[in-house]
Design a protein around this ligand. Structure first.
Ligand code: SF4
Ligand code: SF4
Length: 264
């Protein structure tokens, strides 16, 4: 809640994740001091062990739900938060750990761990919105720091964040990059992926990996048809859609359509 000096409080929470999205907040080097003058960072264990008890005006939540304990913990975070914002592919779509949703988690744990019987995990990785109401979802793997600041400031000002929902292609054309898909037949998820990265990969001759998840009007079926016509095998279409945002509904549906071995 607002500090004695009127500053609203901000808390940052980690669930199943790599910490990259939390680090994006610390990476706001030029803006961080100004931000701390506008908000009181009350709980952010990536930054400091000193925490202030809630409730909090804004909570940023990174990571997905992969354990029964975390399914309980997110409810406590929700109860302590006026606005709850999920940040990143893990929190908004289940993350790369969501690949278990298309396979056997027992097979995975037996492959990775010497003592899989020590591992207590759910057989799925789910976004925060599958467990509690979410006020805003910010996409990306990791999130973009400019978009992150915009979302925090918008929540504090009581307005909608100005975050685009169009595709990476628009950013790519804006940079004047030659289209890899059209010119070379390079598989690229840009037409169906949400903007925010500045079309980073196409500018260095790599097709888009879909880090920001599906764009608002993503036509994955049309893109998959084009990729197949360019010679991409069905299993490779599945793999392309199954990376950081494999659990996002549009990507999950398209990847499953090309892979008869999936369980869902
Ligand atoms: S969305 Fe990507 S960068 Fe953010 S925590 Fe998950 S894996 Fe890390
Ligand atoms: S290279 Fe990819 S992101 Fe860029 S315009 Fe072509 S399809 Fe879109």
């Amino acid at each position: 809640m607002p500090d004695t000096d009127g500053r609203p409080s901000l808390a940052v929470w980690k669930f199943a994740s790599c910490d990259g999205c939390q680090l994006t907040l610390l990476d706001c080097e030029d803006e961080l001091l100004a931000l701390t003058q506008a908000v009181r960072i009350a709980s952010f264990t990536e930054m400091s062990r000193a925490t202030v008890a809630g409730p909090y005006d804004v909570s940023l939540v990174e990571g997905s739900i992969t354990t029964a304990e975390d399914a309980e913990r997110i409810r406590a975070v929700r109860d302590a938060s006026r606005f709850l914002v999920t940040i990143g592919a893990c929190a908004t779509a289940g993350g790369i750990q969501g690949l278990r949703n298309f396979a056997s988690v027992e097979h995975y744990t037996a492959t990775v761990y010497a003592r899989p019987d020590y591992i207590a995990t759910l057989d799925s990785s789910t976004p925060i919105s599958a467990h509690v109401p979410v006020d805003y979802e910010l996409h990306g793997c990791p999130v973009d720091r400019g978009q992150l600041l915009e979302v925090i400031l918008a929540q504090l000002a009581g307005r909608r964040p100005a975050v685009a929902g169009h595709s990476v292609c628009q950013e790519c054309k804006g940079r004047g990059t030659v289209c890899l898909l059209v010119a070379r037949g390079t598989p690229c998820l840009g037409p169906v992926t949400r903007a925010g990265c500045g079309a980073l990969c196409p500018t260095v001759d790599r097709g888009c990996f879909g880090c920001f998840g599906p764009a608002d009007t993503a036509n994955t079926t049309s893109l998959a048809r084009r990729l197949r016509a360019d010679g991409l095998a069905p299993v490779d279409v599945t793999r392309l859609f199954r990376t950081f945002n494999a659990g996002a509904p549009a990507f999950a549906q398209e990847s499953t359509a090309h892979d008869p071995r999936t369980k869902s």
